[in-house]
Design a protein around this ligand. Structure first.
Ligand code: SAM
Length: 483
């Protein structure tokens, strides 16, 4: 008989680490790992670095100078979407390469322990190199891997996740089961955020994405990651409103509902032309949400379950992959009727609704008042579900009772040491940790292992094709052997 694990893998078409995977992967220049064993300063942020690499760097007396051009062998992909090579013993980060390629680069930044270079020429291209279809690729900060075939993007992501766990969780054997690929690697986003790009053109605000350098806004007239329902909003929107900070365009891919949220820098009400049937809201600096047209929320369906999502609430940006994520989380949590489950960082109740439907006794904790209200509305039909609008750590300090399963899905910064300690102290039979940053998940894994939990399963999901982002779900257990 096939195990539950095998059936889930088959259902989700999980890709496993392939033969073409890079043999060895390295440190993470752009990752934000607040607390880890050792760090290097990277682009004004911090990133982890393993002990072997550190020892090597101490002996790297490099004579390199900014502007210098040289050849480099790219050996591995880094967590933030760049590749790594070594020149005169020093680690050099290069964007838009592929591990295995020989490239010519120009040094653009020198630090004591690493350098950054711009790609000038690919001397020996990877067989996985493809033509990036987006005209903004290389300037826009949104995508990192468009120049890599989709299958190889999956291999790179798997290798990066495994590397983070080896380095930050100090695991020799990483129980990574594979990666769930996206059926549609383009036009998948149900939500994009744009910013005003410079001066108005003929009285109309030009919108764009944050550029690769993070310093400016790049005006765009198309985005290949945006779902057509989302891009339709962009085409229909005419804004002549100076006090604009950010514009969110959202759609329910399975419901067809569309919503625009304007975040303004003043309380002033804008003049807007939106030539289509969609909701239009404004969030002002005082935190007030105004409904200018339609409703203050939209709906999305995940595996037939209907969710209300308020304009400022978080929701998974890739609807089809979110449906698979939901399958993975419910399978890992394995919670039955009458059992107690705690859903921390619950959002609009994405996972809680599936647990409540199974008859579990659900406690959902969510900090955002908008999302907590949505979760209450989404769970209203279930007397077995309670939503607390609270900080996850605060809530955990005072929550009474025991939980068979706990699900945590924190923002990119992860749970951190204190919350990991509190989670381990709960001794849930199953702790499901959903993460959009493998570096902070790997760091938190070290805390959880130290507190006596055991890492049972680890599965990646590609929620963000063409980008360096990857979702990872980990299952920890507090069985007898784990303490
Ligand atoms: C990555 S989202 C996950 C939401 C939900 N699990 C889902 O899949 O849709 C993280 C959520 O945590 C919430 N959040 C952020 N900081 C929090 C905190 N300190 N305590 C509780 N919730 C928090 C955010 O508002 C957001 O809804």
């Amino acid at each position: 008989m096939r195990s539950q694990q095998e059936m889930l893998r088959e259902q989700l078409k999980v890709g496993v680490p392939g033969a073409e995977q890079e043999p060895q992967l390295g440190l993470s220049p752009g990752s934000r790992v607040p607390a880890c064993a050792s760090k290097v300063e990277c682009m004004g942020r911090t990133g982890p670095i393993g002990p072997n690499v550190r020892a090597e760097l101490q002996f790297a007396a490099s004579q390199m100078e900014t502007g210098q051009e040289f050849e480099l062998q790219l050996t591995q992909a880094a967590h933030g979407g760049e590749c790594i090579g070594r020149h005169e013993g020093k680690v050099v980060f290069v964007p838009f390469g592929i591990p295995g390629e020989r490239v010519r680069v120009r040094l653009v930044e020198q630090r004591r322990s690493y350098a950054r270079a711009a790609l000038l020429e690919v001397l020996e291209p990877s067989p996985h190199r493809v033509q990036p279809p987006c005209p903004y690729y290389g300037q826009c900060g949104g995508c990192h891997w468009q120049h890599v075939s989709y299958q190889h993007q999956l291999d790179i992501k798997l290798a990066v996740v495994a590397d983070q766990f080896r380095r930050l969780a100090r695991l020799e054997e990483v129980p990574l089961e594979g990666i769930v690929p996206a059926d549609e690697p383009w036009a998948y986003r149900n939500h994009i955020q744009l910013h005003p790009a410079g001066a108005m053109a003929e009285g109309v605000v030009q919108l764009g994405f944050v550029a690769l350098d993070g310093q400016r806004v790049l005006p765009v007239t198309e985005c290949l990651l945006a779902h057509p329902l989302v891009w339709e909003l962009h085409q229909a929107l005419e804004l002549s409103f100076g006090a604009l900070e950010r514009v969110s365009l959202r759609a329910g891919i399975n419901t067809g509902e569309q919503l625009v949220l304007l975040e303004s820098s003043t309380e002033e009400q804008p003049l807007i032309c939106l030539d289509m049937e969609a909701s239009l809201c404004q969030l002002t600096p005082s935190g007030r949400l105004y409904t200018l047209v339609g409703r203050s929320h939209l709906h999305e369906l995940l595996n037939g379950r209907r969710y209300r999502i308020s304009a400022p609430s978080f929701f998974q940006v890739n609807t089809h992959q979110a449906e698979k994520l939901l399958e993975v989380v419910t399978s890992f949590a394995d919670i039955g009727a009458g059992k107690c489950v705690l859903d921390l960082f619950a959002g609009v109740g994405t996972f809680s609704l599936a647990f409540a439907e199974r008859g579990a006794r659900v406690t959902a904790v969510e900090l955002s008042p908008w999302a907590a209200q949505d979760a209450r509305a989404n769970l209203a039909a279930y007397g077995n579900a309670t939503v607390l609008e609270a900080d996850a750590t605060e809530a955990l300090r005072s929550l009474p009772g025991t939980f068979e399963a706990v699900v945590v899905d924190p923002p990119r910064a992860g749970c951190g040491e204190e919350l990991c300690g509190l989670l381990a102290a709960l001794r849930p039979a199953r702790l499901v940790y959903v993460s959009c940053d493998p570096a902070t998940l790997a760091r938190d894994t070290a805390y959880l292992l130290r507190s006596g939990l055991a890492l049972e399963r680890l599965l990646a999901l590609d929620m963000f094709p063409q980008t360096a982002h990857v979702e990872v779900v980990a299952l920890f257990c507090a069985g007898a052997g784990a303490s």
